[in-house]
Design a protein around this ligand. Structure first.
Ligand code: FES
Ligand code: FES
Length: 134
């Protein structure tokens, strides 16, 4: 199977690999797995006071397409608001990377991961509000 140049580029030079401080309240962490193949993706975002994602990191234990999908996604979400980042669809990732049909679920993993990271961040803010009003 031939991979697109973009998949190979993101696989060989993945952007934003690493971790952010998971206990930091400005950090949201999404950890998701693909039932189809068992691959795991961790995606983290750091959100500033204006609700804009200023940093994003990932670690992916999976195939080249999953690594490329998460690498691309971290590039896309930086500078976006949470609402904008939450609108990114796996189909946009699959299209940008020209993923073949059997690799579509790898881009689904990336969409699930950013949604989970946003939900984790928002959950932390709610907890904070409770703590402050308590
Ligand atoms: Fe997940 Fe390829 S099946 S690594
Ligand atoms: Fe399963 Fe890519 S994430 S083969």
């Amino acid at each position: 199977m031939a991979y697109s140049d973009k998949v190979i580029d993101h696989y060989e030079n993945p952007r934003n690999v690493g971790s952010l401080d998971q206990v930091d309240t400005s950090v949201g962490t999404g950890m998701v797995g693909a039932p189809a193949c068992g691959d795991v993706m961790k995606l983290q975002i750091k959100v500033n006071a204006a609700g804009v994602i200023e940093d994003a990191k990932f670690k992916t234990y999976g195939c080249g397409s999953a690594i490329a999908s998460s690498s691309l996604l971290t590039e896309w979400v930086k500078g976006k608001t949470l609402a904008e980042a939450g609108e990114i669809k796996n189909t946009q990732i699959a299209e940008e990377l020209a993923l073949p049909p059997v690799k579509i679920h790898c881009s689904v993993l990336a969409e699930d991961a950013i949604k989970a990271a946003i939900a984790d961040y928002q959950g932390k803010q709610n907890t904070q509000d409770h703590a402050q009003s308590a």
